[in-house]
Write a protein that binds this ligand. Structure first.
Ligand SMILES: *[C@@H]1O[C@H](CO)[C@@H](O)[C@H](O)[C@H]1NC(C)=O
Ligand SMILES: *[C@@H]1O[C@H](CO)[C@@H](O)[C@H](O)[C@H]1NC(C)=O
Ligand SMILES: *[C@@H]1O[C@H](CO)[C@@H](O)[C@H](O)[C@H]1NC(C)=O
Length: 501
């Protein structure tokens, strides 16, 4: 049975085609809209298999509606001039715009651009496209991309777009719908790489507002007006947008007038607000920087004789910070201002540098004292000819002799700050006998008065009671407290400023 039905159908189709064929050909010459009349017909093969074998009589009805649609199209396009906008010479055409976002991202900070894949809907009224359908069976003509060239379409273009891509698989991703009342909906899908100025001052805590603005290219305000449709951009949690490091925060819009030499244009802009996810940067930058800074403090717990160990630790941490700061700017636009991350890394760098400098200072001062005033104890050792101890003694003594020589005039006036009491006993004699340390001390005292003494009366006895009396010998003890405290307060301040600014 079915082969017979198929044959019958085929016969009907062929008959129909032979009837319509010449009709189309004859009209081709008149209005050049053969594409249009073909387009609805091309839908027929799709619908045929459904009706096939079940409702053969329906084919006839469909054929009438097809011819009706063709007729409508031919009628509305017969006197249609797609070069002219609807209502020319009268009121401006109002184009209502709406879009949906398939995808935002990726965002390229280096190129200062972002990619957005949208489906763009434009609606306007074209009274020339009104049609009458007596049976009311065709309320909307749904047409595809091949009709687009025969209609007037607003020449919307995107400001600040760097590259745009239309999608044309399998057919150009465009669509036209013509309603009975002349309302036209034109939809196109496109991918736009649009420029976006990223202000990176607050870098890891930054949020940006990326604009997508468009207007008509040729029609000024008096001809075409754009306006936003009332729509809400849907944001769902599990959308597959490729924002990676960023979170989508919302969309806002703006309508403005732009004056150009060609006239005033209505420019519509929508802003996509994104803010950075902090986790990535934290793992990449903050944690290594802080850990490296803390690592540099280990040096304060290593005895100062171990110069090589302390130096290498200091230099390593400084170099690590240098690498980290270079690394932090790697995938970054070459902006000249300082970002919040730079600020943090630089401070960490300074901390590491200070830790290294602390040791350099300690070592230098010890060494200077040694040379300027070889301790009598040391010469005693030498006199005794303890060749075996020669190498180790200077270092050991260097550590001990400091309170004696350096803080001489500061501490020796009855102040028993020294660690080793036995050394203190020897001290006055040492100081009295050697003028160079005296001179050195006074020089240092000048320096200390200048830089470390904050109490009003620095002279005489008050100086000894001053809390700012600095023992070179105890520099490490101070550092063990001062460095972590300073770093802690810096962190507190930094994060407070970052959160509340
Ligand atoms: C629609 O049909 C009515 C009569 O049926 C006619 O008066 C009217 O002018 C037609 N409109 C158009 C746009 O063809
Ligand atoms: C997006 O950012 C702009 C500029 O910073 C702001 O004016 C607007 O309110 C933001 N919109 C949303 C939805 O957050
Ligand atoms: C545009 O912004 C206005 C208020 O600023 C809002 O009422 C409207 O819904 C927005 N439209 C779109 C399309 O976001």
């Amino acid at each position: 049975m079915s082969p017979r039905v198929l044959l019958l159908l085929l016969g009907i189709c062929m008959l129909q085609a032979s009837v319509e064929g010449p009709q189309v050909k004859s009209e081709k010459g008149v209005s050049g809209n053969s594409d249009g009349s073909h387009s609805p017909k091309s839908q027929e093969p799709e619908t045929k298999p459904i009706t096939e074998g079940t409702k053969p009589p329906a084919t006839g009805r469909r054929a009438t509606s097809i011819s009706k649609a063709t007729h409508i199209l031919n009628t509305i396009l017969s006197n249609y001039d797609y070069r002219l906008r609807p209502g020319i010479g009268g009121k401006p055409t109002v184009v209502t715009v709406e879009f949906s976002v398939n995808n935002i991202g990726p965002v390229s900070i280096v190129d200062m651009e972002y990619t957005i894949d949208i489906i763009f809907y434009q609606t306007w009224y074209d009274e020339r496209l009104c049609y009458n359908d007596s049976t009311d069976s065709i309320k909307t003509l749904v047409l595809q991309s091949n009709m687009v060239s025969q209609l007037w379409i607003p020449d919307t273009f995107f400001w600040k777009s760097k590259r745009t891509q239309e999608h044309s698989i399998t057919m150009p991703n465009q669509m036209v719908r013509i309603h009975k009342d002349g309302k036209v909906l034109y939809t196109i899908r496109m991918t736009i790489d649009a420029g976006c100025t990223f202000n990176m001052q607050r870098f890891p805590m930054d949020s940006h507002s990326c604009p997508l603005s468009f207007s008509s290219f040729s029609y000024p305000t008096s001809e075409v007006i754009y306006k936003w449709a009332d729509f809400q951009l849907v944001m769902n949690e599990d959308n597959s947008w490729k924002l990676f490091q960023f979170d989508f925060k919302g969309m806002s819009n703006k309508t403005e007038m732009l004056s150009t030499p060609a006239g005033d244009f209505v420019v519509l802009t929508s802003f996509f607000n994104i803010s950075r996810r902090f986790g990535y940067v934290a793992i990449q930058h903050y944690v290594p920087s802080s850990v490296t800074t803390m690592l540099s403090w280990v040096s304060f717990w290593i005895k100062k004789d171990a110069a090589s160990a302390r130096t290498s630790l200091g230099v390593t941490s400084v170099l690590t910070m240098t690498t980290l700061s270079t690394f932090s700017r790697k995938n970054f636009p070459r902006v000249s201002y300082i970002t919040a991350l730079d600020c943090y890394i630089t401070t960490c760098f300074v901390f590491c540098f200070c830790a290294l400098t602390e040791f350099a200072m300690l070592n230098f001062l010890t060494y200077t004292q040694m040379k300027a005033h070889p301790s009598p104890k040391l010469s005693q050792y030498r006199r005794r000819g303890r060749g075996r101890a020669e190498a180790s003694v200077p270092a050991r003594l260097r550590a001990r002799q400091l309170p004696e020589t350096f803080v001489c005039t500061v501490v020796n006036m009855g102040d028993s700050d020294g660690d080793d009491d036995d050394e203190q006993e020897d001290q006055p004699a040492d100081v009295g006998s050697a003028p160079p340390p005296q001179f050195l001390c006074s020089m240092w005292r000048q320096g200390f008065k200048k830089y470390f003494c904050v109490i009003a009366n620095c002279e005489g006895s008050t100086w000894q009671q001053g809390h700012l009396c600095i023992h070179i010998d105890r520099l490490d003890d101070y550092s063990r407290v001062v460095f972590p405290l300073a770093f802690f307060f810096f962190n507190v301040l930094y994060w407070l400023v970052c959160i509340y600014s």
